[in-house]
Design a binder for this molecule. Structure first.
Ligand code: C2E
Ligand code: CA
Ligand code: CA
Length: 564
């Protein structure tokens, strides 16, 4: 379409009035005749013909919903499906208040109720719809994203503000839509295919958000923003938008963060920050695709930022402390201390003790975890060496590894060096690697774990049963022990001692020839039952909570005394 000068002849824009009642057509022509050139149609079909003939000159259509031959809504649907006609703003004329939202969703720019309001009101609605539509037409190429044809974020925010100004009472939603693990798709299928996926997603979103007030932009590589009329079918939207490519449909998952019914006093970009916050909350959740913003998320976010910001100081001031929780071998008559697990705590000067569940996931995201873990591994190795020399006894202690660390090519060298520097061996330090780490890039992880084992480290697969590894894969895993996910213990003893799942895991471990460790064991009943089922090692509050190093010494001394 050429520039919007085409719309204007004799200094007047053209408006088509489609209404089957003569009196209405006359009334509108009367009101608008001074400012606009008014064309008139008596039924839907006639209107459609006139629109097609004058597609380059009509600035706006005033459309009666109840008309013979082709109803207003039918005509509206035809227009919105025609790429050449869909850009012409349509204002719906209706006596039925209910049709208002429906026509907006069908693509109407606005509506004018019957009986007609004051001429001023009518004129104002018409002029702002024309202004908005022309704004959209004259947007230059630099305001569109070259790949997808969606708006750039700068234009998007500006236009959103415009929409607010013109329609201050509409309930609007701000959405942040992320393609889950897009970089993986890119790596797997190549950049060209990645681009194609993004384009298809953009197209799909465009057709889903086809109400007249909806605008879309591509924010970053794989993030889309949508500003649209409030709706509540986002689960369905996530599903539909993920099905962009039949061959890849299983691989593509969209995450939608929704800031519903935005507070319009907030700046446009802040509303989308909120939507993003909601989207980020489900980043590592593989079963939830829609997340709504809540005020409490802001507090959590601020708290998270505070912890991340304070990390370097906390590390240098040694605010982190390693606690130890004993693991007992229960295969014999009496439980025997077999090893321990090192678990970090943050003894914060003002917040008190913070448990790792609150900061480990943050540090994993921000890449700080490697520094913290190295500190924990060193602290643990020092303790083992100290106990050995001072108490004349020690047990192996396991430390936790995060998934990201498994990709560090220097990992093996580093842990080995930490052991040797402290005068202990690689056999004294056990490594716990969570099952979920094995699931993606299994080959690479297996290779790294094999390397660690070749250097003498003992590998415990942590949280087993939570990571969905396939039975095929498990058979080939290089591991030395399986740690049952705590969930199994919880559910088994919640539901009248249904221990069948535990038995299955123990069978798997038997098949692999490795012992099963049950953690989170809290009661004597659980302990006895697990022992009966064939669990080799037990860890949990039943024996002891994780305790500071000094307190852990009592378990070592007890063992030493028993061994006499
Ligand atoms: P995890 O490796 O599965 O550790 C077991 C968690 O269960 C620990 O929580 C432990 O205190 C808790 N626990 C032990 N016995 C019982 C029991 O009988 N009942 C209940 N309800 N809980 C029990 P904690 O210390 O809060 O650690 C949470 C998670 O943080 C750990 O889960 C681990 O994934 C991570 N983590 C802890 N320390 C480190 C660390 O130094 N490095 C890394 N990368 N992750 C760590
Ligand atoms: Ca662990
Ligand atoms: Ca665990």
């Amino acid at each position: 379409m050429s520039g919007y000068d085409d719309y204007i002849s004799n200094g007047k824009r053209h408006i088509l009035v489609a209404d089957d009642e003569f009196i209405n057509r006359e009334l509108l022509e009367n009101i608008l005749g001074d400012e606009y050139d008014v064309l008139k149609a008596e039924d839907g079909e006639m209107a459609y013909e006139m629109i097609k003939q004058n597609r380059n000159t009509i600035s706006l259509i005033l459309l009666d919903l109840m008309m013979p031959k082709l109803s207003g809504l039918e005509l509206l649907t035809c227009l919105k499906q025609d790429s050449e006609l869909k850009g012409i703003p349509v204002i719906v004329l209706t006596s039925d208040q209910q049709s208002e939202v429906e026509s907006l969703k069908k693509g109407a720019a606005d509506f004018i109720p019957k009986p007609y309001p004051q001429p001023d009101v009518i004129k104002a609605r018409i002029s702002k719809s024309i202004e908005l539509a022309e704004d959209r037409q004259i947007i230059s190429a630099t305001e569109k994203d070259a790949l997808t044809g969606l708006y750039t974020s700068e234009y998007f925010f500006r236009y959103g503000e415009q929409l607010d100004k013109f329609y201050p009472t509409c309930d609007m939603d701000a959405l942040c839509i992320d393609v889950d693990h897009f970089h993986v798709l890119n790596e797997r299928f190549g950049i060209a295919k990645g681009d194609e996926i993004l384009r298809s997603i953009a197209q799909r979103l465009n057709s889903i958000f086809d109400d007249s007030r909806a605008i879309l932009c591509r924010k970053a590589a794989d993030t889309f923003l949508v500003y649209c009329l409030h709706r509540d079918d986002y689960e369905k939207v996530a599903e539909q938008a993920s099905e962009v490519s039949a061959e890849l449909s299983a691989a593509i998952k969209l995450r939608i963060g929704v800031y519903a019914n935005c507070d319009k006093k907030l700046a446009m970009h802040s509303r989308f920050d909120r939507a993003k916050l909601a989207a980020d909350k489900i980043r590592n959740n593989y079963s939830v695709f829609v997340s709504y913003f809540k005020e409490s998320l802001i507090e959590k976010e601020l708290f998270a930022e505070k912890l991340v910001a304070e990390f370097p100081k906390a590390l240098s001031e040694k605010q982190f402390q390693v606690y130890f929780q004993p693991k007992f071998d229960v295969r014999g008559g009496k439980p025997v201390l077999a090893s321990a697990e090192a678990l970090v705590r943050w003894l914060h000067p003002t917040l008190g003790m913070i448990s790792p569940g609150a900061f480990i996931p943050l540090f994993e995201e921000d890449g700080l975890i490697a520094k913290l873990d190295e500190y924990v591994w060193r602290g643990t190795a020092e303790k083992i060496a100290d106990w050995k020399s001072r108490l004349g006894i020690s047990v192996p202690v396991s430390v936790n590894l995060s998934r990201a660390e498994m990709y560090d090519p220097k990992l093996v060298e580093l842990v080995e060096q930490i052991a040797l520097e402290n005068g202990i061996t690689t056999k004294d330090l056990y490594l716990e690697i969570t099952e979920s780490a094995y699931v993606r890039d299994a080959d690479q992880i297996v290779e790294r774990v094999t390397d660690l084992r070749n250097h003498g480290f003992f590998i415990e697969m942590d949280d087993f049963g939570s990571g969905y590894s396939s039975l095929n894969m498990i058979a080939e895993l290089p591991i030395d022990a399986l740690k049952l996910d705590m969930k199994f213990i919880r559910t088994a003893f919640e539901k009248q001692n249904d221990t069948r799942m535990i038995s299955i895991v123990i069978d798997i471990a038997d098949y692999l020839g490795v012992p099963v460790i049950a953690e989170g064991v809290e009661t004597e009943e659980q302990y006895l039952e697990l022992k009966k089922l064939g669990c080799a090692i037990i860890q949990g509050y039943y024996f002891s909570k994780p305790v500071p190093a000094a307190e852990f010494e009592k378990f070592l001394l007890e063992k030493k005394a028993n061994e006499g």
